[in-house]
Design a protein. Structure first.
Length: 209
């Protein structure tokens, strides 16, 4: 079973509280999403491998640690996931960026991939899939399935807010993918929105209805 990590850092919780507020405007919402993403990726990458290297300071030579092993790729689920990319890149500038887009078939109600572009060496990278909301889990599960079909096996999922239903779906479909969230909310309503949530993250991020 995958692990679920809920970040309770005061800065993350404070910024998330402002994002939830219905009166928070597009500009501030966008900035807060980037800031929280930056704080979250700091913890998400805590277990990355390092190696000892020798560095010459202005005073003398010393041994330091640098990243080693797998490099990162961040893959936002379109469109709201785009708002989290810059926060990740602020912390990991060398990370490559892929994109995946899904829509729900009106007849089968199943997610359908309409766009997927991953870095050429994505199979050799640690893939961090980002999307602000994990509601039913259908889109995240499908996105990760499509990414796995392209040969990727080291995948993490990062969301701001999750519903228990979405977490359960992800753990059932992808028990090998750890989930990192800032808040685990109460439930979904009849329309599939997270309660209390923050509304439609994409609309609030881009100023659309």
């Amino acid at each position: 079973m995958s692990k679920v990590v809920v970040f309770d850092h005061p800065l993350i919780q404070h910024k998330l509280a402002i994002m939830r507020d219905k009166n928070t405007g597009v500009k501030e919402f966008r900035e807060l999403l980037e800031e929280i993403s930056m704080l979250m990726i700091y913890e998400v990458t805590r277990d990355l491998e390092t190696e000892v290297v020798e560095v010459e300071t202005p005073i003398q030579t010393c041994k330091c640690r640098k990243l080693a092993g797998r490099k990162l790729a961040v893959v936002p689920i379109l469109r709201a996931g785009l708002g989290m990319v810059d926060g990740v890149l602020n912390m990991v500038p060398a990370a490559k960026v892929g994109h995946i887009g899904l829509y729900r078939d009106p007849e089968t109600l199943e997610p359908v991939e309409y766009y997927c572009k991953l870095p050429a060496d994505s199979t050799e990278r640690e893939i961090v899939v980002v999307d602000p909301m994990l509601a039913t889990g259908g889109s995240a599960s499908a996105a990760i399935k499509f990414i796995k079909q392209r040969g990727c096996s080291h995948i993490r999922l990062v969301n701001l807010i999750a519903a228990p239903e979405g977490v359960a779906r992800m753990q059932a479909d992808h028990p090998d993918v750890d989930i990192f969230i800032a808040a685990l909310d109460e439930k979904l309503n009849d329309h599939g929105y997270i309660i209390p949530g923050l509304g439609d993250a994409g609309d609030r991020l881009f100023g659309t209805k």
